[in-house]
Design a protein around this ligand. Sequence first.
Ligand code: NAG
Length: 982
Amino acid sequence: MEWLNGSRRRWASLLTLFCVLCLLVTPAVTVKHENFKTCDQSGFCKRNRAYADAAISTSKWQSPYTLDSSTVKFEKGVLTGMVTKKLVNTDTKIRLPLKITFHESGTARVTIDEEKRQKGEIELRHGSKARKERYNEAEKWAIVGGTAVSTGAALNKDAEKGSTRVMYGPGSKFEAVIKHAPFGVQFKRDGETQVKLNDRGLMNVEHWRPKVDKPEKEVKEGEEAVVAESDKDAGEDESTWWDESFGGNTDSKPKGPEAVAMDVQFPGYQHVYGVASHAGPLALKETRGGDGKYSDPYRLYNTDVFEYEMDSPMTLYGAIPFMQAQKKDSTVGVFWLNAAETWIDITKSTSSANPLSLGIGGTTSTETHWISEAGLLDVFVFLGPTPQDVIGAYGELTGFTQLPQQFSIAHHQCRWNYVTDEDVKDVDRKFDKSKIPYDVIWLDIEYPEGKKYFTWDPLNFPDPIAMQKQLDDHERKLVAIIDPHIKNEGNYHIVDELKSKDLAIKNKDGNIYEGWCWPGSSHWVDCFNPKAREWWKSLFRYDKFKGTAKNMFVWNDMNEPSVFNGPETTGPKDNLHHGNWEHRDLHNINGMTFHNATYDALLARDKEEDKHNVRPFVLTRSFYSGSQRLGAMWTGDNQAAWPHLEASIPMVLSMGISGYPFAGADVGGFFGNPSKELLTRWYQAGAFYPFFRAHAHIDTRRREPYLAGEPYTEIIAQALRLRYGLLPAWYTAFHEASTTGAPIIRPNYYVHPGDEKGFAIDDQLYLGSTGLLAKPVVKEGQEEQVIYLADKEKYFDYFDFWQYEGPGMVSVAAPLENIPLLMQGGHIFPRRDRPRRSSGLMRFDPFTLVVVLGNSGDAEGTLYLDDGESFDYQSGSYIHRRFKYQAATATLTSEDVGTAGKMTKEYLKKMEKVRVEKVIVVGAPDGWKGKKEASVSEEMAGKSAPSRKVEMEFHAKADGKAAWAVVRDPGVQVGGGWNIAF
Ligand SMILES: *[C@@H]1O[C@H](CO)[C@@H](O)[C@H](O)[C@H]1NC(C)=O
């Protein structure tokens, strides 16, 4: 297995040493911690952590929440009842309506509201106009399906007194055991408890209470205003309940304290994943301090974190409050549907299975504590048992990723900024001259006049149409940035309309909110307002946004929203949105509503004016659960530093298992100048991001791949050609993601859920269902790569067919020009091998099929293909084939797995001449030695035509490399039925 020679190895370790020295002299740029809150600086987080500490340290802690048995009703898959919270030392009981919904899909949902706020029987402070209810519209934005209520769910009559049991899910294998006092729910699968809610008693719904200010004269010096004793628990610390200041901004908190929190336990589960996005490992760390652990909870509060740091639970630009837990052969999960600021504490405990075994065979459990500032307590529970079952069920609720246009999964070239239209045309020509494929060039914030979106700078971009025309000549596209901040300047038609139509976000007093962003003084469009979305739609029409052509698409940045002078670089929490919801309530959804409005605008642009409905492409920085329906995301402003390259892989993997697979990181690193080696390695890694864009800050040197010089330029070009060659496999993986929610790049645990040893591995990835396993080099000077193989299967080097055998670690040579990439036996994947300038020019290119034979000798794979741009696939205009190789008959067959629609025939006709030009069989049987022919038989009008002979070459095993065979030009259609017998 080991085939590096000694001298190369020593050289590699010398380089490693050298790079350690480099790191010591690289100036470190880090996030300004003082700009962002820790849990301790966030009142509700601090209170709930203190609550947890009190609960955990008190041996007889009893949660004060009780489900009143007399109120429990179960009807048609929905259980309702009244949970009450008893306050210490008083008879006051706070009423919290409970609803548990059992869905047909096997997903259960537990929702808790607060009666007083629900009915509006509360008073707001500071004369606020904000809504009184707890925010109940998160589902309106996040949920699009999977909510059919289960007709089969039924009460289990065996329930012990003081509890209610509901059997539900596929084959009624799931059960919810609802304990009444204290209130808690345990979810079981096949009789075994998988998820427990409020078992540790950390549930906390901060009920409304009036702030009672003592009459002026009675307040003595050093004494503070207090709440009426009847409304508060004895000894409660009121210091963080009201107005809260941070970094010079004061939050008026007109609704007082209103957090919701709950503990969610995963008994027997060692690992949890998800709650994207954070710059840390895929398998989440513990957060309550200790060696190598975090001391702050994972935070979800979308914001513009300048120069974010590595290995941190700090918040980033987007929030997906969905978590999965993994143990051997079992995956479960929860989705905490709440759009307010949220913190999640994670701890683990190990107990020995048998008290006599003294710790041997102990099981680890994971405990989590979810804390949100406002809104409903609303949690969905998924019982698996596979990773795909959980991710698929979450995807059914929040939607699957859109099937993107093909260009958008090819190579993107971005920079802040290409400064003129001539500059863009020049870069475009230089890519061609150096024969480097790319599909899209991007414009950052400098193209509009004075940062006024929907305009062009007349001096620098005098002829945007000619620029787009040149790009279109090679089927290339332009993406231009459009952000939600609108410059506050006279005679700018967009801001004039925003104001006159009253479509902007308001401040706490109900006046238009003004803050600072790129253009200086700005206002923000409120996309929670249906009228604002309608207006936004109209702005992208070709006759309104002059200078835009059909090959222009959009990038939404700064949509957290980023506000330079706002608290934590975002909007004040007491700002008001449409319907008078406070910004606090819906903050994490804000970015998604803007992304959604832009998506709809692009859809309308083509439908209304062109009748040619191409699929929109909109990149977003901020996101929430559901954003995957709208377009791609990227991991924001990273740095040209090795640790950022390394972190990008777990970050993108994490997006994939969080239902948002169309993800990538800025190739090359946004801030700073990468060394040529780093840049090259980054392209090699980027070739495995679902969203593959190079980007750079305005202060950096130009770094388009043709500038790198040899050997770098050629090595980068090879990585790009690898991506382009595999585009059919990527597109097939996107199709799978768009129909099942399956991740596009997949971590080890997803592919091998029974392999405990691989659960924390997050530096290598599988591409879709192709069996391709990549582990890009992410360390300076590294010349070999150790890859983990989880199963007893054959793996082959993608480039030279070197054969490896799992399970275990294998070492692969990785000098700069090599991308460690293996093919797992048992798969077939499609490729297109002719180098082109852009993916659009590959439309009618022939295919290569790579058949990789493993231990069983059989192999299987799929190809999905359509026009790559329109919605015609929804009418059957596509090709979907399954290829199967069977060892018993030594035959490769192609079968149709599509469903015919009204446009199927037309598309097949159009693709008639597109053939399979090559079939490569890797790991071919030794018995084929001496064979020179294979026989092909095609299906014509449903019947098999007489078979014909085609030439075949066989290459025997040599030097550790597998035997392989190739059939050139079997003369079969990619969209047809046929078989090839070897
Ligand atoms: C965008 O939002 C609107 C309004 O909520 C919704 O009807 C539509 O389905 C959303 N679009 C997508 C693609 O999710």
